[in-house]
Design a binder for this molecule. Structure first.
Ligand SMILES: CC(C)(COP(=O)(O)OP(=O)(O)OC[C@H]1O[C@@H](n2cnc3c(N)ncnc32)[C@H](O)[C@@H]1OP(=O)(O)O)[C@@H](O)C(=O)NCCC(=O)NCCS
Length: 166
C-alpha cells in the first residue's frame, strides 16, 4: 500500500486556511507546489522540496494568494555570507512566481513584505544567489550585484546579489 505523503497532507491542511488576495506569512508546506513546479524541476516530490533551514525558528516564508491560489512564494533565513561585513544578515531563497502570473508585481510584494519584517528585526542586509534570468528582477527591486557569475550544479549560472536594509 502507498504510504501517505506527509508533506502533501500538511499542505492540504494549510490550504483551507488561505485568505484571498493578500500577502502574508505562510507555512513551509505552502511553498512546496511552486518550488516543485517553478524552481526545482529535477525533483519529483514535495518531500524533496524541504530545505534543512525551513523550520528553524528564525526562518519565515511569505506567499501571495490570489483567487484561492498561491501565486508567489519566497523564503527568508538567517545566514551570514562572509563577503559582507554586516553582522545581521538574512538570505532570500526559493523565490518563485507561478509562470502565468509573472510580471504582475507579486514577486515584488513578497520582497517588500519581507523587507519590512527584516527591518523590524533590525537586519542590516538581505542577500541571495540570483539565477542569471532573475538578476533583472532583483535589480528592479534595488538589489546590487557582487562579483562574477558562478555555477550551481543542476540549476545553472548565479550571481551574488544584496540589498542593504540600513
Ligand atoms: C524572478 C521571479 C521570481 C519574478 O517574479 P514576478 O512575480 O514575475 O516579479 P514582479 O512581477 O514582482 O516584478 C517586479 C518588477 O521586476 C520586473 N521583472 C520581473 N522579472 C524580471 C526579470 N527576469 N528580468 C528583468 N525584470 C524583471 C517586472 O517587470 C517588474 O517591473 P516593474 O516594477 O517595472 O513593473 C519570477 O520570474 C520567477 O519565478 N522566475 C523563475 C524562478 C526564478 O528564477 N526565481 C528566482 C530564483 S533566484
Amino acid at each position: 500500500m502507498l504510504e501517505p505523503d506527509k508533506e502533501l497532507l500538511e499542505f492540504m491542511k494549510c490550504y483551507d486556511t488561505l485568505k484571498n488576495n493578500c500577502v502574508e506569512f505562510i507555512s513551509t508546506e505552502m511553498t512546496f507546489p511552486l518550488r516543485l513546479e517553478v524552481l526545482w524541476k529535477h525533483k519529483k516530490t514535495f518531500k524533496e522540496c524541504r530545505l534543512d533551514t525551513d523550520d528553524i525558528k528564525t526562518t519565515f516564508h511569505v506567499g501571495v494568494m490570489k483567487e484561492g491560489k498561491i501565486v508567489s512564494v519566497g523564503t527568508f533565513l538567517e545566514q551570514r555570507n562572509k563577503t559582507f561585513n554586516e553582522e545581521k544578515q538574512y538570505r532570500l531563497r526559493a523565490m518563485a512566481t507561478l509562470p502565468i502570473m509573472k510580471n504582475s508585481g507579486y514577486g515584488k510584494q513578497i520582497v517588500e513584505f519581507a523587507c519590512k519584517e527584516l527591518k523590524n528585526r533590525k537586519i542590516e542586509i538581505l542577500w541571495c544567489d540570483a539565477r542569471e534570468k532573475a538578476v533583472g528582477f532583483y535589480e528592479k527591486l534595488g538589489f546590487q550585484t557582487k562579483g562574477d557569475f558562478y555555477d550551481i550544479p543542476l540549476i545553472g549560472k548565479h550571481k551574488l546579489m544584496y540589498y542593504k536594509l540600513k
